[in-house]
Design a protein around this ligand. Structure first.
Ligand SMILES: *Cc1c(COP(=O)(O)O)cnc(C)c1O
Length: 377
C-alpha cells in the first residue's frame, strides 16, 4: 500500500521550523504573558510593514475579524452588504449576525471571485459595504469598481482570509490582499497559508480612526480598562499564536512561492497527460500573484473522480458544495436555486487537489496519473 497523500500535511511544515517555534514558545512561557502583550504588538508591527500603509489589529479569528470590521463601520439592522455566494460561511454570517442583509452577486466562472461589475449592479440606497473574498488565494480585481463604490458611500471590506501575501499589480506598484479596501480581514486558522497553531485573526485599516475603534471593539469596547465607550467583543489574539505567527511570517514569501511551483507542476503534468481538454486548471488573472491557498480544478463527473482518488489514497476536497444563498439558515433571505448559476455550477464541478509547499513532484505525478486513468488518458 502506497502512502496516503493528504490535501495538506502540516507536520512536514512543522519539521522545517521546529527549532524556531520551540524557541519562540519558550520565550512566551518564560514571560507568562498570554493575552495580547509584546508578541502581539510586534506581530502587528511586522504585518503593517509587510502589507504596507495600514494599521493592524490582531483578534481571535477570521470570523471575528469580519464581524469587528462591519461593527466598526456601524453596519446593522436593515443595511445591505454586497458579497459573493461562493465562499466560506463566515463571509455571510458576519452580516446577518449584525441584523444586516447579505446581497449576493454571482461569480466569475474563470477565477471563482465575485464579478465586480455584477456587484456594482447590486447597489441600492441601503448598501453600506462591499465584501469581496479573494477566493483560494487570488485577488478580486477591484480597480475597475473601487472609485465607484467609494463615490456612492459604499465601504470596501476585503475578506482576505485565504490570501495573506497575495497581491495585484496596479499601475507600477502592487496592492497586497487586504490592504486595498477600507478594512481588510485575515484568518490564521491552522490550514491557511499563514496559519497559527490554534485560532487567530487580524484586521487592517488605512484610516487611523477606524483602527482605534477596532482596537477598542476587540476588548469589550473599552478605551481604558473598565471604562466602556460601547459594547464590543472579547476577541484578542493570544501571545503564543502571535509568537508562532511571527516565526511563520518570516517564511511566508518562500512558502507562497513554493505553492506556486506546485501549481505550475500540476499544469505541466496535465498538459503532458493530454488532460487539459478535460480538467480545467485554475485561471490566474493578468497582474495577479495567486498564492494557491487551494488548487481548485473544474472537472466532469466530479464526485466519481473524488471517490476514485480516495480509493487510490489521494485526498481531495469540495469547496463549496452549497452556495451561500442556498444554505438552510439563509432561507429567510428568499433566494432560490438558479439565482446564481455560475456559483451553483461551481459547487457541482470544482475539486480541490492537494497543495502545500512541501508536496513533492512524485506525489503530484501519482495524483495526475490517477486522474488520467479515471478519464482513460
Ligand atoms: C477561513 C475563512 C474565514 C474564517 O476564518 P476563521 O479564522 O476560521 O474564523 C472567513 N472567510 C473565508 C473566506 C475563510 O476562508
Amino acid at each position: 500500500m502506497t502512502a496516503k497523500i493528504p490535501t495538506l500535511d502540516l507536520t512536514r511544515n512543522y519539521g522545517r521550523i521546529k527549532d524556531e517555534i520551540l524557541e519562540a514558545l519558550n520565550s512566551v512561557l518564560e514571560s507568562q504573558h498570554f493575552i495580547l502583550g509584546p508578541d502581539v504588538a510586534a506581530f502587528e508591527k511586522e504585518c503593517e510593514s509587510y502589507l504596507g500603509n495600514v494599521s493592524a489589529i490582531g483578534c481571535a479569528s477570521g470570523t471575528d475579524a469580519l464581524l469587528l470590521a462591519l461593527m466598526a463601520l456601524d453596519i446593522g439592522e436593515g443595511d445591505e452588504v454586497i458579497t459573493t455566494p461562493y465562499s466560506f460561511f463566515a463571509t455571510a454570517s458576519c452580516i446577518t449576525r449584525l441584523g444586516a442583509v447579505p446581497v449576493f452577486a454571482d461569480v466569475d466562472p474563470g477565477t471563482f471571485n465575485i464579478d465586480p461589475v455584477k456587484a456594482l449592479e447590486a447597489i441600492t440606497p441601503r448598501t453600506k459595504a462591499f465584501l469581496p473574498v479573494h477566493i483560494f488565494g487570488q485577488m478580486t480585481p477591484l480597480e475597475t469598481v473601487y472609485e465607484e463604490f467609494s463615490a456612492r458611500g459604499v465601504a470596501v471590506v476585503e475578506d482576505a482570509a485565504q490570501a495573506f501575501g497575495a497581491w495585484r499589480k496596479e499601475g507600477n506598484h502592487i496592492r497586497r490582499a487586504g490592504a486595498w479596501g477600507k478594512i481588510g480581514c485575515y484568518s490564521f486558522f491552522p490550514t491557511k497559508n499563514l496559519g497559527g497553531y490554534g485560532d487567530g485573526g487580524m484586521i487592517v485599516a488605512q484610516d487611523e480612526e477606524i483602527a482605534a475603534r477596532l482596537r477598542k471593539l476587540r476588548v469589550h469596547g473599552a478605551g481604558t480598562t473598565y471604562y466602556h465607550d460601547e459594547v464590543g467583543l472579547n476577541s484578542r489574539l493570544d501571545s503564543l499564536q502571535a509568537a508562532i505567527l511571527r516565526v511563520k511570517l518570516r517564511h511566508i514569501e518562500e512558502w507562497n512561492e513554493e505553492r506556486r511551483t506546485v501549481a505550475g507542476r500540476y499544469f505541466a503534468l496535465f498538459a503532458e497527460k493530454g488532460l487539459l481538454d478535460t480538467v480545467v486548471p485554475p485561471q490566474e488573472l493578468e497582474g495577479n500573484y495567486h498564492i494557491y491557498h487551494q488548487y481548485v480544478v473544474k472537472v466532469p463527473r466530479r464526485d466519481e473522480l473524488q471517490a476514485c482518488l480516495e480509493e487510490e489514497g489521494i485526498v481531495s476536497r469540495v469547496y463549496y458544495p452549497v452556495s451561500l444563498h442556498l444554505q438552510k439558515c439563509f432561507s429567510f433571505l428568499g433566494y432560490s436555486e438558479g439565482d446564481f448559476p455560475v456559483s451553483e455550477q461551481l459547487s457541482r464541478e470544482t475539486l480541490a487537489l492537494p497543495v502545500f509547499p512541501e508536496l513533492t513532484m512524485e506525489e503530484q505525478v501519482r495524483i495526475v496519473s490517477a486522474i488520467g486513468r479515471f478519464y482513460d488518458k
